[in-house]
Design a protein around this ligand. Structure first.
Ligand code: UD1
Ligand code: CA
Length: 462
């Protein structure tokens, strides 16, 4: 996009949110609002960004480490906020700068690009994004002159009845010629109802100087939506959630009831996959086709192949190949790979393990730090004992093994392919292939022992 830079206004505190976090870290679909803006700027290829930070600056910097930043010690308004970035702007003289509000996450790349195109084409001093809202309350209103050119923005607090009826509002996103902006900032005064330096007055200054000001009307009024309190944040979440659901429905995903279905923007889902209520899909997650996910499932940063069934599970940073069937109540922890046809059942936890094709782990089992072969059958209640209180060790199980119920496999240990582990064994040593390992005390039977005891002690007390 040529010689461009960005300033993001993010000095707001969380007061109206009643949050200890700065406002721009409040989340929409599990991503801080400023993260949405960072994604959009990255999509536009705008890498030179200065954030204006206030309370909780350290936390914001950690969320967007790629931004440079300045501090606004006192919150004296949006114009004052941009003044803090003066040195940054001086470094971009001759170019153009986009100014965005950190609390309006839905500004999209297309809107930024098209507003910029208009700005360049018209050699404008300023181009602002506008939107029409049925209820414009709280936003700055756009005033246009007889020719339809933007002449001024009037804030809600300064507007009379007539102006308050205007439905065209300032979305809070602006392109400026840097030279013009630096000059106009010098002229801002705080002589308004809120006693603040309004960035919006820069627009009136440009028009009064006879400079070109363009209004770019956004195709979708959502670009203007911001959140000032928790109710506003819930509205943003609901809008974003709905937009994601529609994207996937258009892509052929089946959702029979959308209650509690929350899907983050980066997630991909193949057609004919069914999503049941209470399913949350987060991060870099890719789901194949013909899967059934949910109910009550969370999948984060994971890849799920075609034809998988995942019922009431939690999966993190893991990979499932085709036709894997897991749940209910299975926890797949990071760095696990379940290969094709694997079945994992109730109350099973898998961590940092590879489980090869068609292996079944049906009930009440822990598989951690393990490499498990194909066609292995785990009996109920198997534990890979991977931790000695100091270090973690791996368990290696070959193909076609049968692990009897209630076995402990004490790592590091290797079970050769085709071997059997007797139920109740605690295996500490390598088992060669095709062997049977029994590692438990031999059963002792004492005939008549119980009857003799009853005779000796008399009737059982109640
Ligand atoms: C602002 C605009 C309004 C527009 C609306 C769109 C002004 C005067 N008004 O109003 O025309 O319709 O956004 O959402 O600009 N901030 C700072 N430092 C400050 C004040 C604000 O960094 O001293 C930041 C806030 O953290 C926020 C952004 O600037 O991210 C907007 O500030 P806010 O107070 O929310 O402005 P609005 O009243 O919403
Ligand atoms: Ca706002």
């Amino acid at each position: 996009m040529g010689e461009v830079c960005a300033v993001v206004l993010a000095a707001g505190d969380g007061k109206r949110m009643r949050s200890a976090r700065p406002k721009v870290l409040c989340e929409v679909l599990f991503r801080p609002m400023i993260g949405w803006i960072a994604d959009t700027l990255a999509e536009c290829g705008i890498g030179d960004v200065c954030a204006v930070l206030g309370a909780g600056a350290d936390q914001v910097r950690a969320a967007v480490p790629q931004f440079s930043w300045v501090e606004q010690r006192e919150r004296l308004g949006t114009g004052h906020a941009v003044m803090q970035a003066r040195a940054f702007l001086e470094g971009h003289r001759g170019g153009n700068c986009v100014v965005l509000c950190g609390d309006a996450p839905f500004v999209d790349a297309k809107t930024l690009r098209e507003a910029y195109r208009l700005h360049k084409q018209e050699s404008a001093a300023a181009t602002l994004v506008t939107a029409f809202l049925p209820d414009p309350t709280g936003y700055g209103r756009i005033l246009r002159d007889g020719q339809g050119n933007v002449s001024r923005i009037v804030e809600q607090a300064d507007a009379d009845e007539k102006i308050r009826r205007i439905q065209e509002i300032n979305a809070g996103t602006y392109w400026f010629s840097v030279d013009f902006l630096l000059d106009a900032l010098e002229q801002l005064r705080a002589d308004n109802a809120q006693g603040e330096y309004y960035l919006t007055d820069v627009i009136g200054i440009a028009a009064a100087q006879g400079r070109r000001v363009c209004g770019y009307e956004a195709a979708d009024s959502r670009v203007a939506m911001g959140a000032n309190d928790r109710k506003g944040l819930l509205r943003l979440n609901e809008l974003a959630r709905q937009a994601q659901l529609e994207r996937h429905l258009d892509g052929g995903v089946e959702i029979i009831c959308a209650d509690g279905v929350v899907i983050q923007p980066g997630v991909q889902i193949g057609p004919d996959t069914t999503i049941l209520p209470g399913t949350i899909l987060k991060g870099n997650t890719v789901i194949g086709k013909n899967c059934v996910l949910g109910p009550n499932t969370i999948i984060e940063d994971s890849v799920v192949g075609d034809g998988c069934q995942i019922n009431a599970c939690q999966i993190e940073q893991s990979r499932l190949d085709e036709n894997v069937k897991i749940g209910p109540y299975t926890h797949v922890r990071p760095n696990s790979h379940l290969k094709a046809g694997v079945k994992i059942g109730n109350f099973v936890e898998v961590k940092n393990s590879v489980i090869d094709e068609r292996t079944a782990v049906a009930h009440l089992t822990y598989v951690g730090d393990s490499d498990v072969g194909k066609n292995v059958n785990f009996g109920c209640g198997t534990v890979t004992v991977n931790f000695d209180g100091h270090d973690k060790y791996r368990t290696v199980i070959g193909d076609d093994c049968f692990i009897g119920c209630n076995s402990n496999l004490i790592a590091p240990v290797e079970i050769g392919s085709g071997s059997y582990i007797a139920a109740g064994s605690t295996i500490t040593d390598m088992v060669p292939q095709d062997a049977l390992a029994i590692a438990r005390a031999r059963q002792v039977v004492k005939p008549g022992w119980a009857a003799a005891r009853r005779l000796r002690l008399g009737p059982r007390k109640k």
